[in-house]
Design a protein around this ligand. Structure first.
Ligand code: HEC
Length: 129
């Protein structure tokens, strides 16, 4: 909801409809993740960890979430490129990780989701290192 409002504001501010459309498209595509992941100001860990502040943080670092050893020891600090690979094929990118998701084989959708996740770069998340 918040994102739709943001998208509307961006259009209103004249930043451009193209940007707003990408954000909205990403939100729809994120439905594939929502069963397990939350984002936004009130996001909590669920079946999967919250994806707030994801880009630039160490994999397996959200406080209070029970990650697999594979994720904790992956040595990844999430960049857009890592995420594109992980979302496309989670088992190939982090062998042995416990995300029960086969991967999203639509590269445009993957990239839209990554754009969408940038909306939550500054949303609250507690990390342990
Ligand atoms: C069926 C539940 C489920 C679905 C659907 C799912 N995930 Fe996950 N995800 C998990 C679980 C569980 C983990 C923890 C993996 C581990 O610890 O091995 C995880 C971990 C992650 C991580 C690593 C986070 C971190 O803190 O290092 C990212 C990134 C991620 N998922 C992105 C996505 C995206 C994007 C989608 C949608 C395209 C998605 N996931 C769909 C369950 C899911």
């Amino acid at each position: 909801m918040k994102v739709i409002v943001l998208a509307t504001l961006l259009v209103a501010a004249g930043i451009g409809q193209a940007t707003a459309q990408i954000v909205a498209r990403g939100e729809v595509k994120f439905n594939a993740c929502k069963a397990c992941h939350q984002v936004g100001d009130n996001a909590r860990n669920a079946i999967g960890p919250t994806l707030n502040g994801l880009i630039g943080r160490k994999a397996g670092s959200v406080e209070g979430y029970g990650y697999s050893e594979a994720m904790k020891n992956s040595g990844i600090t999430w960049t857009e490129a890592d995420l594109a690979q992980y979302i496309y094929d989670p088992k190939a990118k982090v062998p042995g990780n416990k995300m029960a998701f086969g991967g999203l084989k639509d590269k445009q959708a993957v990239s839209d989701i990554i754009d969408y996740l940038h909306n939550f770069d500054k949303a609250p998340v507690k990390l342990h290192q």
